[in-house]
Design a protein around this ligand. Structure first.
Ligand code: NOJ
Length: 528
């Protein structure tokens, strides 16, 4: 990772995000575990992914699915032991797969011993580890939210998310002189928190982790409207990481690539929050359909205009467009496999580092209306058990159905890995072929340059060039069910050879190539 350089391995990395609760349960308690991840490594190798992002797997009361850590240095017993995690690193590395953990630097659980100590009346080592007002009658200062009446200590604590996630104290960029409890970034309390953060990273990197996805990375320094001090803090962490673990990757959940990459992260996501654009690709807006909607009516430009702003500045790292994740509806939220094939043709040929959320590769559905589990609420429907085969509980677990972490997709024809593996035309095999094509084609990997060739407001298709050195690809996507045609400049694009695709023809005439595309079609051409 780093501000100066980025691990080489990221150039052709394809991440697979694992929500450990729901991946594979080997001890029949209804909850996935690390031994389960290890058992499924061969599947990941077969699929062709070469990196894992594992959602938090540390000791926690699980009021927010593990994003409420109670011990950063110990694996939650329900997932296994520290030795199991080390075994996962080793086994993954043997197959050429990297493993990145989820680092939650912004807050802990209220169950964390640091927080319990900081709740005490008597001053101690952890008094300044969190953000507290000086009196229970001081309600704090928006936009921070505070919880009052919780502790013996006379004060209210700031939270980052749920009431059970007290904000760790990294200081305030501009402490308000009327709020003496707002400490500057370089005060002893904030500096001790920062030192502990490095210690946690060091602990897991030493054991073999390949990096971290960093939760709410932009949230650390408070009252920092232009993120300057947060950027500075991360640069300091990155410098340390560079010196000690130059091959470690740092991936931010920041949602603003220009800022995050400046801060030294190797990768930042475009997401359903942060800078706009991502949602216009995949989610219906108030008065607007998304671009990947077979009914048409979307526009790729809302995404592309924003993306290009960041992409042009992103010489220092990569922007990722995830297939979905544990915080948003799955990509298969009322989509068909035909729709999803076009979506994956986009995701696997786009610059930056792709992230596939477990189950998206077989088109697992977002399940509506589930009761919340572990603080999931509307997110719960994206967190259901992986569907491996047609055996008990879809091969996820041998526990009784009632014991499962979450119920399975109840449909008879729910997609499974086993079924799709054997069908050459399945979504799974489609994704696998795209991954293979990407990995063997430098122009399609993270660093290959991207240039739009046809992208017009409220129009389909979307056509773009990928290029690295002399290798070039043209990718054409028509997610809408209407046939469309579009011209591009032919210059430099001789001999288009179809690598993968369906329903696309082209005609060259003089300086133009015109693409004729049926509904829901896509093509990836190698330009000779
Ligand atoms: C972002 C995580 O992805 C989400 O699941 C969590 O609830 C919040 N951060 C708070 O940690």
């Amino acid at each position: 990772m780093s501000y100066q350089s980025h691990p080489k391995w990221l150039e052709d990395a394809i991440f697979y995000q694992i929500y450990p609760q729901s991946f594979y349960d080997t001890n029949s308690d209804g909850i996935g575990d690390l031994a389960g991840v290890i058992e499924k490594l061969d599947y990941l190798s077969w699929l062709g992914v070469n990196a894992i992002w594992l959602n938090p797997c540390f000791v926690s009361p699980f009021q927010d699915a593990g994003y409420d850590v109670a011990d950063y240095y110990r694996v939650a017993p329900r997932y296994g032991t520290n030795a199991d995690l080390t075994r996962l690193f080793k086994q993954a590395h043997r197959r050429g797969i990297k493993v990145c953990l989820d680092l939650v630097p912004g807050h802990t659980s209220i169950e964390h011993p640091w927080f319990k100590a900081s709740c005490r009346h008597k001053r101690n080592q952890y008094t300044d580890r969190y953000i507290w007002t000086n009196s229970t009658w001081d309600g704090g200062m928006p936009p921070l939210k505070f919880i009052n009446g919780f502790a013996e200590r006379d004060g209210n604590y700031a939270i980052n998310f749920f009431y059970s996630q007290p904000a760790l104290n990294y200081g305030f960029a501009r402490p308000n002189p009327y709020c003496p409890w707002q400490q500057p970034v370089d005060a002893p309390g904030p500096m001790a928190t920062r030192a502990e953060l490095k210690k946690i990273m060091d602990f897991w990197l030493k054991k073999g982790a390949d990096g971290f996805r960093v939760d709410l990375a932009a949230s650390l320094v408070k009252n920092d409207p232009d993120s300057k001090m947060t950027i500075k803090l991360w640069r300091d962490v990155c410098k340390w990481l560079d010196q000690n673990y130059p091959e470690a990757a740092l991936i931010s959940e920041w949602g603003n690539p220009s800022e995050a990459l400046q801060a030294g992260f190797d990768i930042d996501f475009m997401l359903h929050f942060g800078v706009p654009g991502y949602t216009s690709l995949f989610f219906k807006g108030k008065n607007q359909r998304c671009f990947f909607d077979s009914r048409g009516g979307g526009t790729v430009c809302d995404f592309l205009d924003e993306y290009l702003k960041h992409y042009r500045k992103a010489r220092k790292g990569y922007i990722s467009i995830p297939s979905s994740n544990h915080d948003m509806p799955r990509i298969n939220n009322r989509r068909t496999n035909r729709d999803l094939e076009v979506v994956f043709a986009f995701l696997m040929t786009w610059p930056g580092v792709p992230f596939i959320y477990y189950g998206d590769e077989i088109g697992m559905r977002y399940i509506r209306g589930l009761p919340s589990r572990e603080g999931g609420y509307a997110r719960t429907g994206s967190r259901t058990p992986m569907q491996w085969d047609n055996g008990k509980n879809a091969g996820f677990s041998l526990a009784g159905a009632k014991q499962l972490y979450l119920p399975l997709d109840g449909r008879k024809n729910r997609p499974t890995v086993l079924d799709q593996k054997t069908r050459p035309t399945s979504l799974l095999n489609h994704v696998r072929r795209l991954i293979a094509l990407r990995k063997k084609s430098p122009a399609l990997t993270a660093k290959g340059k991207m240039e739009p060739l046809f992208a017009k407001p409220a129009k389909y298709p979307f056509i773009y060039l990928r290029q690295r050195g002399r290798e070039k690809f043209v990718v054409a996507l028509n997610p809408s069910s209407e046939p469309v045609s579009a011209p591009i400049e032919a210059q430099g694009l001789n001999n288009l050879n179809l690598e993968m695709g369906r329903g696309v023809k082209f005609a060259s005439k003089g300086k133009r190539i015109t693409f004729l595309m049926t509904g829901q079609s896509y093509a990836v051409y190698r330009a000779g």
